[in-house]
Design a protein around this ligand. Sequence first.
Ligand SMILES: O=C(O)C[C@H](O)C(=O)O
Ligand code: SF4
Length: 514
Amino acid sequence: MKHFQESVYKLIVETSTNLPGDVREAINRAKAQEDSGTRAALSLSTIADNIEMAECNVSPICQDTGMPTFIIHVPVGANQIVMKKQILEAVSQATKDSKLRPNSVDSLTGANSGDNLGPGTPVIHFEQWERNEVDVRLILKGGGCENKNIQYSLPAELEGLGKAGRDLDGIRKCILHAVYQAQGQGCSAGFIGVGIGGDRTTGYELAKHQLFRRTDDVNPNEELRQLEEYVLENANKLGIGTMGFGGQVTLLGCKVGVMNRLPASFFVSVAYNCWAYRRQGVLLDPETGEIREWIYNSSTGEKVAVRDEAEVAAAAGQPERREIVLQTPITEEQVRELRVGDVVVINGMMHTGRDALHKYLMDHDSPVDLNGSVIYHCGPVMSKDEQGEWHVKAAGPTTSIREEPYQGDILKKFGIRAVIGKGGMGAKTLKALQEHGAVYLNAIGGAAQYYARCLKKVEGVDFMEFGVPEAMWHLQTEGFAAIVTMDSHGNSLHADVEKHSLEKLSELKEPVFQ
Ligand SMILES: O=C(O)C[C@H](O)C(=O)O
Ligand code: SF4
């Protein structure tokens, strides 16, 4: 199979940079359902822009290119050892070419392998079949939505929904709860794969396999078909909306699979995938390894309608939405002026920082002055040119809640005035924003091309030893827009949406499937 490695490389690039047609259609439908001018509609426009940009630039849709997971069907006798070696080569090459972010981290030392290779990464499953072709499928599922996967053991007592028994109605409750607990943190609107039964490991595997189903396929099991339909309709009543900003569309797809279980166990496993639902597949010629066919057709996939000027104008015309341009360094007075719902446009310097940096700063000094500064929760995809200069290739926000134990203290210690991330933060940070005078800005998760365009120049980098995603990048920005979702007056849009969605969840308590 002379062309196998090259075909796998093409598959990786396509998966990372171009969303399949069925996913685009689902996002388009969501866009049509949201009222124009709302935060959700505007966010979906940004998402649509980002999808187009990624395709045009052949660059990652989201900077978190996830855990590359391959599922491969081969004819009997195919040499899986050689194929595996070539897959590793293709992954490493795609990482060098900035199509994948270096995402493989030593769990004990924190060292990034730099090429996406290491124990357990990438994930490769082989299966034999009797067809005379090779089927290679790939999913790039990022860490933020992976963190929102959840497994229930029935019977259980669920927040808002009460008792969930070992029956179809108990399963229904678990799935609704799974969507509720994700809030906007997994970059809603999302897609879920559900595995009923199995053990803890195979249950999750089954859930993830459901994510390879096309969004428009129909479950052959009538009970499960009804369940999928019910969940899709009712999860959208929770009002979580795009990025957890509130809205009509919270879930874009639900696929459920079932397998046998042990008498003592009853697991319901849910794999949550963000809107940046990157999965693709190819059918290969078993002799040459050349691509015969793409499995999730992207070329016939429709375009996601890009930003509509009328919509932007409608949003701007809303009296309650203000747009404030800020130049760094930012003062306390400027920050105290801001209210939840304002759009802030940042010009000047921004510093990236995520898990490793926040932990470090708790008991060390910062290499740069952070007074009046902006911290961006972001692990970008970077590339270095021949002159040794760095360029930002993809740079959307990461889930901020992971920094909750540190953020409040760090704001105060260094005089930071704005934190940009996604998904919101908790009570401790909200209190610190109020006491110190700072603001939390929510950027649109996954919109990595959209934001990379605003990051004009890399002024420097510290802590490269933490690896590319965790390093502290010093970036010159121009026109970086984000929404105030937590202000210095004790208001949090995230707390409001969570409370409201819990009320909505409780309305779905009554049995549906007897
Ligand atoms: O690691 C990242 O850049 C983002 C992550 O996928 C997240 O959603 O938090
Ligand atoms: S940042 Fe959002 S879109 Fe990107 S992988 Fe994480 S959850 Fe998905």
